[in-house]
Design a protein around this ligand. Structure first.
Ligand SMILES: *Cc1c(COP(=O)(O)O)cnc(C)c1O
Length: 357
């Protein structure tokens, strides 16, 4: 049996943290986003490797934060969607979780006796339009939070909609709104995700929140990961299950999407959309086999992919192949799948074997 394998590099993870550190001023803190199972890399194993190396870990929901404390992670954890009941506020205070507060119901939940104060992140919607208070409400909400006995530090936060695109007018619009609130806000401030860390130094404020860049993927539209000195943390691999010489006129995959117009040597790979490889990959999507880029032919199945390996010498069953990662940036594969690296990484399934080096 050949199993898909995700090889994960501790060295590259640490390297990428250092790259982000070089982008920011000395006194700026780093929150690494580990939501969505650390973008598919494994939330516990990734967070344990970041523990003590960064200032905060960011998760979406409280169950993720609890899982991290249970496996021994000591770093401060911020829950980016906050919590919705008083019991969870108590849990947060006991476990040193910071809470994002984005609506009034959440503020009412803070009105509960706590063993110690909880830090809250006041979320303002500057234009992404998902959650948060209106800019005009920020001051009033700040005063409300200050009057809550259980509230410790109050941190101002917002999120950018278009940070990957330096020229998008949304960025200056959102940053201007944020700067106006920030100018008379006494606490710490945070708005920058990976794209903004590289594109907009003026957005760094006190805490930056990199996600995708920590996993080694370029957050910028027109710059590659090599360009930014980021190195892939995950290399997704599998093995050749079968090699066959097929005559011209053969058809491949569901829907017989591809028909060969010449004789071809074709390898079938033990990987499919059931493992998280995108079914949307078109003919020609590259797979790295023995240092050669080989094009996918035919539709990706649940457990198999067919590849034209006519150009590869001495190929045989059991040979390792790279779907993305070292040698084949996921950004490059994404272009052939009508998808983005974020979605592809967080779609990797648990039946893939994860192995940290
Ligand atoms: C996911 C997330 C980030 C990280 O974004 P990247 O583009 O992966 O760097 C930052 N802030 C918030 C609020 C997020 O939800």
């Amino acid at each position: 049996m050949y199993l898909p394998l995700a090889i994960l590099s501790t060295e590259n993870l640490r390297h990428n943290v250092a790259v982000i550190r070089r982008q920011i001023r000395n006194n700026v803190q780093i929150m690494v986003m580990v939501k969505a199972n650390a973008y598919g890399h494994g939330i516990r194993s990734t967070s344990l490797r970041l523990d003590g190396l960064v200032d905060y870990l960011g998760v979406a929901r409280i169950d993720e934060a609890i899982a991290l404390r249970k496996c021994g992670v000591k770093t401060k954890i911020c829950i980016m969607q906050g919590v919705y009941d008083q019991g969870s506020v108590v849990t947060a205070a006991c476990n040193n979780f910071d809470l994002v507060v984005h609506n009034l119901e959440q503020i009412h939940c803070l009105d509960v006796p706590l063993p110690r104060k909880v830090n809250v992140w006041l979320k303002v919607d500057t234009g992404i339009g998902r959650i948060g208070f209106q800019p005009s409400e920020a001051l009033c909400v700040y005063q409300k939070l200050q009057s809550c006995a259980g509230v410790g530090d109050i941190i101002l936060t917002s999120h950018l909609a278009c940070s990957e695109d330096r020229d998008n007018a949304m960025n200056s619009r959102q940053m201007k709104i944020f700067a106006e609130i920030a100018s008379d806000f006494p606490g710490k401030k945070s708005i920058a995700n990976s794209g903004a860390i590289f594109n907009f130094p003026e957005s760094h404020y006190d805490i930056v929140r990199p996600g995708i860049s920590i996993y080694g993927i370029s957050p910028i539209d027109n710059k590659s990961s090599e360009n930014l000195d980021l190195k892939p943390v995950m290399t997704l691999m599998s093995k050749v299950m079968s090699v066959r010489d097929m005559p011209s006129g053969s058809t491949f995959g569901y829907g017989a999407r591809f028909t060969s117009t010449k004789a071809m040597r074709v390898a079938t790979i033990a990987m499919g959309y059931g493992d998280g490889y995108p079914r949307t990959a078109v003919d020609g999507t590259p797979i790295l086999i023995k240092n050669k880029m080989c094009p996918i032919i035919g539709r990706v199945s649940m457990d198999m992919i067919t590849v034209d390996v006519s150009g590869v010498h001495n190929i045989q069953s059991g040979d390792l192949v790279t779907l993305w990662g070292i040698g084949l940036p996921i950004e490059k594969v994404a272009k052939f799948t009508h998808n983005i690296a974020y979605d592809m990484l967080s779609a990797v399934q648990l039946r893939v074997i994860f192995n940290w080096a």
